[in-house]
Design a protein around this ligand. Sequence first.
Ligand SMILES: Cc1ncc(COP(=O)(O)O)c(C=O)c1O
Length: 452
Amino acid sequence: MLKPSGERDLIAAYRRRTPGSAELFERAQQVLPSGITHDSRFLKPYGPYVRTAAGARKTDVDGNEYIDYFGGHGALILGHAHPEVTRAAQEALVHSTQYGASHELEVIWAETVLRLLPAAQRVRFTASGTEATLLALRLARAFTGRDKIVRFKSHFHGWHDHMASGYVSHFDGAPTPGVLAEVARQTVLVDPDEPTEIDAALDATDVAAVFVEPTGSSFGMIPMREETLARLRERTEASGTLLIFDEVITGFRVSPGGAQQVYGIRPDLTTLAKIVAGGLPGGAVAGRKEILDQLDFDAMAAAGKPKILHPGTFNGNPVSAAAGITALEIIEKGEVCARANHVGETLRVRMNEVLASKGVPWSVYGTFSAFHLFMNPDGRKIDPVTFSAFDVPWKVLKSKPDEAVNALRLALLIEGVDISGWPGGITSAAHSDEDVDQTVEAFSRALDRLRS
Ligand SMILES: Cc1ncc(COP(=O)(O)O)c(C=O)c1O
């Protein structure tokens, strides 16, 4: 789409606005691989270095303001630096970050999670979402006495060894570099578009658990049909396999009770992070008591079984607990998820109007508080407004044109909007109608920039 001279102009315009970020990136490259700390922050020539953020906006070291659609990778449904959450964390912080002992906040935090999440009878806190899926996996294997897990190709469950193949690469299940072949062999990857493959995988009697992102891969980039979720529940119940909803991103976001509340399906285990800790580091596994009881000293002694090992220095730390409780109590009132979902829907509709008016054969789609941009890598005849991601094979939805995405992100940054490389973004309750108007205008100007 963009000619080399156009790309050079775009990069030059971005560089002119961001000399401070350029300088930090120079230094970062000397100490950090690729100069970054998270794969999704990779951008050419470099991403903006942010100094401060509030509500739906963040400001970089050069004073440029951006309407933010990273949303703390989904952790910030209340927006950046929400006053009540910040106050709660600050109040906790002065009493120490880590007592090496139990404390009242972890009890209130657990009570809050159980009150909000329909399928939670017990909860165990971890330090991240990756740790949560790792613990859920161990609990499932121990509970069922089975080794294998089933995952959907392209679904994300963190970066540990069992979750590495089949997210962005190695869709045949081969081990990614650094992962043992024996470990990769224990995962059965199924095609999200092939119900028969899913059924066959679940008919096997050696599967401990199925992991699923309940709204589909990467918060709906590759959407999941509600019927598929319902069939998963039926089939897993029949085969004694555990159903694990990875609600790290959907939990307390799509509704106060997560995707399980929206769809009325009760998974055996739920993995959580991001919003559960109010935007601070933290995660959790919640679910059926008898499964979580494998972490319980007395329950396992009574059952004559070894207890499952699960230490973790920052599990349930008081600062994350304080932020988590405050955020969840605000979310419990119901308006926050509804507002974030409304912003998502409005953006999808209005960005598609822009695409249609300019005759660009792309589409903005998604559900709840997500928007995904389909950049039509295989040149389909589509109408932005009537486009349905269900009509497109998952591999096509996943195969983003990297250079075009990079160019669009730069063009939007120049126009004061930061989207993720999905490409797309996550909305929050802090996005105002004015933010939406400005985003739509910025999107329109960014498209013109790319076309010129
Ligand atoms: C669905 C899902 N599972 C797991 C993870 C991993 O969580 P964390 O980044 O806290 O390790 C993420 C993070 O984006 C996620 O979206």
